[in-house]
Design a protein around this ligand. Structure first.
Ligand code: ZN
Length: 165
């Protein structure tokens, strides 16, 4: 099969698609817009939004290169921003939408935040927290995955393909 990314230098902007308001796809598309911002600044394209009462209260994208900080994953920044917005450290009423399955560090942070839910786009077969088991998450945290998985994955593939050139 022909590599579906072979002709893609840059995937189409997520803005091209519209999704029903407040649907999981709608919020994941917002996370994808954040991932696109990371892509544009030569960061591994992962984006996240935190949703509380159907409102986006935090947006973030990976900034590990820009900030010279290995902890500057999209999720970590989104948690900090969401807690700042709410004025409390617990995010039990919130859902994180993130384009890539969180790593062990971010899963651990979500545990401390007692996060209400995690919805991720594409799986991370090398660094995903689920490789270590779901016990990393808080027992209250509901998980779903596969929302706009193809779009989330394509952005990452495109990034690493360009990197290898
Ligand atoms: Zn992470």
């Amino acid at each position: 099969m022909k590599d579906p990314t072979s002709f893609v230098l840059r995937p189409p902007s997520p803005d091209m698609n519209t999704y029903p308001l407040f649907s999981p796809e709608y919020f994941m598309n917002e996370a994808l817009k954040e991932a696109q911002k990371a892509y544009d600044r030569d960061e591994v394209p992962v984006g996240a939004v935190v949703v509380c009462n159907r409102t986006i209260i935090a947006r973030a994208h990976n900034l590990t290169e820009t900030l010279n900080d290995v902890t500057a994953h999209a999720e970590m920044q989104a948690f900090t921003a969401a807690a700042g917005y709410l004025g409390g450290k617990y995010l039990d009423e919130c859902t994180l939408f993130v384009t890539l399955e969180p790593c062990v560090m971010c899963a651990g942070a979500s545990f401390w935040a007692q996060l209400g839910g995690i919805i991720y786009g594409t799986s991370d077969e090398k660094r995903g927290y689920s490789l270590a088991g779901n016990h990393l998450l808080h027992p209250k945290t509901q998980v779903a995955s596969g929302i706009l998985a193809e779009e989330c994955s394509l952005l990452l593939k495109s990034f690493f393909k360009n990197k290898r050139k």
